[in-house]
Design a protein around this ligand. Structure first.
Ligand code: AMP
Length: 581
């Protein structure tokens, strides 16, 4: 397929707001592609070159794009600066060019050129990248150039997530969404949307049979449901296991031996990014392992040697600052507390019940003989009294709560269900749990804050069924002055000129600046209430809102679609009504 045709399809999707139509347009598009093109387009429609764990690395600065646009539009860099200020999007700036392309490049050729652009590095690369990109853009039409530029600047958003693509694949194959569970199951095992697209286009649903757990390719992590009391948990799942809920940084560990016989350890974050370079000391801990291959999961925590306790998430993430990793390794040693095993030496354990998985985990981690690795404590709780006592003992030690786990629960990749149930501290407020929300925009603010250019945030939650974001709160507290300044900078990096098509906001709440739904922030609130203005869960008003919302922190390890969902808010609302203080 010619890239120009793909660009027209992109622009059609971008102008469509109905979720069903977007899905159908995608299905139509994939039906027209060859298997290899399907793989490429599956990445490109999400604004990526490859799956998140392999990363997209153009490192193309806005300054460089000014020169590119100036050369394409035959104007000065200063004029380009004015244009970008007006339009707010490099794709819109570039696509107003009037040049004519003489040849038609196909999708695979454009993709190969983009790979070459990524590879340009070293001294003189700033200029080399500019010349290379100008040449590529001149050989396609201006509309295509606009989309290429958005991909290079990593801000292509057509307004849907990978979940809509899974629906689209089903639609492509059989004209309905019924095959989605099967497709999703494969995607949960091998989190590479391009691979799934390629297989489906080449061989239909039966081609997915070849998909199984693969060391080096992240498995989409299982998630926990929540209930408010120990009684609720025992009523739901009966006697269960309980583990501490460690407040650390979730890592999926993949270990294998490469062709040269060297052990390779990879760490994937919850949002499936490759974090391997950041944990050299943890990687070292697996070096004596007697197994060729292993996939396990746990929480990385900073460990305070002085009083023998784990430090909370905020301390742990400081470690994420890419630089000075070694320095941190000395100042604040990290430990990894493993709570699950998914694969070992050719055997997948995801369908093995937890009571059989846990001893295998203990055996595997024990065999590493490392003081840096630990296995999560696990106790049996036969009654709500035992579960409650274990919970109290853990919060007494400063932990945020416990995880109750179904004894015979299998590991369900990418699923949130009652195989794992979190029980967190409840204080006097009606809602003590935190909510992971997505920033959708900000308001300039009044008074003293006006000086910062930001006074409140508009945040939302994710509606899984509709694959869109719906508002739940306006937040004006919880940030110190310097945090407002930093927040504005973070938001401005994701600023968009118009309301994104996958964001639902009542008109009275329109923010001064729209922000693409990418930044996840943790919010604490007193209560979930019904609201006549917020859209969360509202096919008809009222929706849900947070009462007295306060900003707590940014969650850089979560993607927007991993934020709290509307469906969870509905459950929390129902649970909160039942709790009597
Ligand atoms: P939440 O992020 O509040 O939905 O809680 C689920 C998270 O708790 C998981 O993603 C893990 O990162 C974390 N966690 C901490 N301790 C455990 C444990 N023992 N078992 C499973 N997950 C845990």
């Amino acid at each position: 397929m010619h890239f120009s045709y793909l660009a027209h399809r992109f622009s059609l999707i971008e102008r469509t707001s109905s979720r069903l139509e977007i899905m159908q347009l995608l299905a139509e598009l994939f039906a027209m592609l060859s298997p290899l093109e399907a793989r490429i387009v599956a990445y490109l429609v999400l604004g990526q070159m490859r799956p998140p764990f392999l990363g997209t690395a153009f490192n193309f600065a806005a300054k460089g794009m000014e020169y590119v646009a100036a050369r394409l539009l035959h104007c000065s860099v200063a004029e380009v600066a004015v244009l970008i200020e007006q339009k707010g999007d490099w794709g819109d700036v570039v696509s107003q060019g009037t040049w004519q392309s003489t040849i038609e490049l196909d999708i695979a050729t454009v993709y190969a050129e983009l790979e070459r652009l990524e590879d340009i590095s070293g001294s003189g690369s700033f200029d080399a990248k500019i010349s290379f990109l100008v040449q590529l853009l001149r050989s396609v039409d201006p509309l295509s150039a606009g989309y290429i530029v958005r991909i290079v600047m990593q801000n292509l958003r057509l307004g849907f997530s990978d979940m809509t693509m899974l629906d689209a694949f089903s639609w492509m194959l059989q004209g309905d969404k019924k095959a989605k569970p099967l497709i999703e199951r494969a995607y949960n095992l091998v989190a590479d949307i391009g691979r799934i697209a390629q297989l489906l286009v080449a061989g239909g649903l039966s081609a997915l049979k070849s998909i199984s757990v693969e060391v080096g390719v992240p498995i989409r992590p299982a998630a926990a449901e929540r209930l408010m009391t120990a009684e609720d948990i025992i009523a739901k799942v009966g006697p269960c296991f309980a583990q501490p809920k460690y407040d650390g940084f979730r890592l999926q560990v993949h270990s294998c031996i490469d062709e040269s016989g060297n052990r390779v350890i990879k760490f994937f974050s919850r949002n499936l990014l490759d974090m391997s370079s950041m944990f050299p000391d943890l990687a070292q801990a697996f070096s004596c392992m007697p197994y060729r291959e292993l996939i396990c999961e746990g929480e990385a925590l900073a460990y305070d040697e002085a009083n023998g306790s784990y430090l909370p998430f905020q301390e742990t993430v400081k470690r994420k600052r890419k630089h000075q990793v070694d320095m941190f390794a000395q100042d604040m040693p990290l430990r990894l507390v493993l709570f699950d095993i998914l694969y070992r030496d050719g055997i997948s354990y995801i369908d093995t019940p937890l009571d059989e998985r846990y001893p295998i985990l203990q055996e595997s981690i024990g065999a590493c003989q490392s003081s840096v690795l630990d296995v999560a404590e696990q106790v049996v709780c036969d009654s709500s009294f035992e579960l409650e006592s274990y919970f109290l003992a853990n919060i007494g030690q400063g932990l945020e709560g416990i995880m109750a786990k179904r004894k015979n629960g299998i590991y369900q990749p990418g699923k949130r269900n009652f195989n794992w149930i979190k029980l967190k501290r409840i204080e006097r407020g009606l809602l003590d749990d935190t909510i992971d929300t997505v920033v959708l925009g900000y308001y300039f603010g009044q008074g003293r804050r006006a000086a910062f250019g930001i006074g409140a945030l508009l945040v939302g939650v994710y509606n899984k069924e509709r694959d869109c974001f719906e508002t739940i709160a306006k937040i004006g507290t919880g940030l110190k002055d310097h945090e407002w300044v930093a927040m504005k900078k973070t938001c401005d990096e994701e600023k968009v000129m118009q309301q994104p098509t996958d964001v639902t906001v009542a008109e009275g709440l329109f923010p001064d600046v729209w922000v693409a739904p990418r930044i996840v922030i943790v919010v604490r609130a007193d209560e979930i209430t019904r609201s006549p203005i917020h859209t969360a869960g509202a096919t008809k008003f009222p929706g849900f809102a947070l009462r007295f919302p306060r900003f707590l922190s940014i969650r850089s390890d979560k993607s927007a679609v991993d934020a709290t969902t509307v469906q969870e808010i509905q459950e929390l609302f129902a649970q909160q009504k039942r709790v009597v203080f």
